[in-house]
Design a protein. Structure first.
Lengths: 265, 343
């Protein structure tokens, strides 16, 4: 074997090589998706369970404005699906960290952001697939989009962007704890609080006064309210802009923190 | 000298602490082009920290490290294309096939598609992985993973290879296979820094050796120089009957050593065991057998030991490597991998 360093590859110098790196890492993670279909299955089973639990078990006892619980519940389930999809980023990244894959990639001449961007992009694709399945499930049980085509598309994009932003937040968690089990445990409490202390399943007005402020303005509720308004053809702007602010805020802070932590090791 | 092209790896007084733990304490070392440096030390000695600094994964608190003349902190991007890293935790992707792993690494090195396919095939052949190339790595044995890991570090033909305990946890046969692979790379001119707990490994692979303990270099030199400090091999004999023990000791203390005054044998009368440090092991062994036979003294056992890592540590620090290993580290079976007996 020749050892001429001439074949030792070039350094990433351009945006194009960085994009190539992100694509390579994304592809590797998407291949994982096909090789571990149980993970994809799990990300669909969970929201279906929630639909059954709230739609059929608790739903009858819950009074919502407008009276139609399905129109109230299903947009929230959509948002929850991508939120849990984002949370799974922590598991995948922590597994790579523990197994040494991240160390290997960090010693390669790879764009610094590519490993994290490739991970979150692949997870976004998975969330989108789970989301698509949930739209079919929702339609089967009687949910209908009542907004304009534009509002519906905006709602879907908003939900995916929210999942992507949370994916980056979970990048930070994974880089902080560096262990798959710990990452899952660390993610569970905030997820639980976000999902249940929210407007997703019951109107915030039914909650105690001290909880209402948090439940109304926390990011999950805000995005659920925006999706609900957009999908049900209601005035949505007052919900959409706070949702955009939250998504942008989470994204900016998490990307900066995540890339910084990754660089420092 | 950092500027010299001949020195491929150089650290100067690098130190690193994690809280109150000192991982590296003013470590200085040098590896010339085409040579192999073995970094020998017990678990927790700082070997992995050293590797992480040299491979740009971690910045030292103080001191400087250069690889191929590039500063590993300020010019990490220039270092990365020149190094390959293979470690004790085989960093291969469980859910990809062996071939996909290699092609993925090639892609991250920005090697054109056709070239990286050829390169992957070449490496699979070299490491005897062709038959299993298209199986998922999660079905591989430990030895296969380690070979694939080493192969993955060679995709871009790096002139410098850094191996962090490459054979820890491998069975003897896989270990020898891996040694052969490293030897072949060195024959082609690759510069290697390898860390290990096994004296036998540095003995076989390394041109020079650095012994580290608690983050500090406590000895350096060639294998021969280190062994000289230890008094070379150990000849151990167990006399069959207690009645002839004294006679056997008398013979043992007159064995040829050839390097100045003979070192006194270590005696264990209860076990009827005599241990003689010797620099000319085979010479002493044949002489002992001949003299004892002539005197009509029967032996239960006679063997020649290479010094183990424990012996190195005993000689250098007065305590064994195992005493130094952190409590949570897996305990090495005493002497087993590092000691070779010839009887």
């Amino acid at each position: 074997m020749s050892t001429s360093p001439a074949t030792a590859a070039s350094r990433p110098t351009s945006i194009r090589t960085a994009a190539g790196d992100i694509l390579a890492v994304t592809r590797r993670n998407v291949v994982h998706l096909w090789r571990t279909p149980q993970l994809l299955l799990l990300s669909i089973v969970q929201p279906i369970m929630f639909v059954v639990l709230f739609g059929y078990v608790f739903g009858g006892a819950i009074q919502v404005p407008g009276g139609d619980y399905l129109s109230y519940l299903v947009p929230a389930i959509f948002v929850q699906t991508v939120l849990f999809g984002g949370a799974s980023t922590a598991l995948g990244l922590a597994t790579d960290l523990k197994g040494g894959m991240i160390d290997r990639m960090r010693t390669l001449p790879v764009a610094r952001s590519a490993v994290l961007a490739g991970r979150t992009t692949a997870d976004l694709l998975r969330s989108a697939m789970a989301f698509a399945v949930m739209i079919i499930v929702g339609t089967l049980i009687g949910f209908r989009f009542h907004g304009s085509a534009g509002a519906t598309i905006l709602g879907c994009l908003l939900i995916l962007a929210f999942g992507y932003a949370f994916s980056w937040l979970f990048v930070v968690i994974a880089l902080a704890v560096k262990d798959p089990e710990a990452a899952q445990t660390a993610g569970f409490v905030p997820l639980f609080v976000l999902v249940f202390a929210s407007s997703a399943f019951v109107p915030v007005e039914t909650m105690p006064q001290w909880l209402q402020g948090f439940a109304t303005h926390q990011p999950f509720s805000v995005v659920v309210d925006a999706a609900r308004a957009l999908f049900n053809g209601l005035p949505a702007w007052e919900h959409v802009w706070p949702a955009l602010v939250w998504i942008a805020g989470i994204l900016v802070v998490s990307v900066a923190a995540g890339v910084g932590m990754y660089r420092r090791g | 000298m950092t500027g010299s092209m001949d020195v491929m790896i150089e650290t100067r007084d690098i130190s690193k602490r994690f809280g109150s733990t000192v991982a590296l304490a003013r470590v200085s070392l040098q590896v010339k082009g085409g040579r192999v440096l073995g970094v020998l030390g017990p678990n927790g000695a700082g070997k992995t920290t050293l590797v992480r600094v040299l491979t740009t994964l971690m910045a030292p608190d103080s001191g400087s490290a250069h690889v191929a003349g590039h500063d590993v902190v300020r010019d990490a991007a220039s270092v990365r294309p020149l190094i390959g890293l293979a470690g004790q935790y085989a960093a291969v992707d469980e859910n990809l096939t062996g071939r996909e792993n290699l092609e993925f690494v090639g892609q991250l090195y920005h090697i054109p598609r056709r070239e990286r396919r050829e390169r992957a095939q070449e490496i699979l052949q070299k490491f005897g992985l062709v038959d299993t190339a298209d199986r998922l790595v999660r079905t591989y044995s430990g030895g296969m993973r380690r070979r694939l890991d080493l192969g993955a570090s060679l995709v871009a033909r790096p002139p410098i290879l850094i191996l962090d305990e490459p054979t820890t946890g491998l069975d003897p046969r896989s270990r020898v296979d891996l040694w052969r692979s490293v030897e072949a790379l060195v024959a082609d001119g690759t510069t290697v820094l390898l860390t290990t707990q096994y004296l036998e490994e540095v003995d076989r692979l390394a041109d020079s050796i650095v012994v580290i303990d608690r983050g500090a270099v406590i000895a350096h030199g060639t294998a021969d120089e280190l062994k000289d400090r230890l008094g070379g091999d150990r000849l151990e004999m167990v006399v069959a009957t207690a009645a002839r023990f004294a006679d056997a000791v008398e013979i043992a203390s007159r064995l040829p050593d050839g390097s100045g005054p003979s070192v006194a044998p270590v005696l264990d009368a209860a076990q009827r065991r005599i241990t003689v440090p010797t620099r000319h092991g085979t010479l002493a062994l044949t002489a002992a057998i001949r003299s004892l036979d002539e005197a009509g003294i029967a032996l239960e056992n006679i063997s020649l030991h290479r010094p183990s890592l424990d012996d190195v540590f005993l000689a250098l620090t007065g305590s064994t490597a195992e005493d130094r290993a952190p409590a949570d580290a897996p305990r090495r079976r005493r002497g087993l991998p590092a000691r070779r007996s010839r009887s």
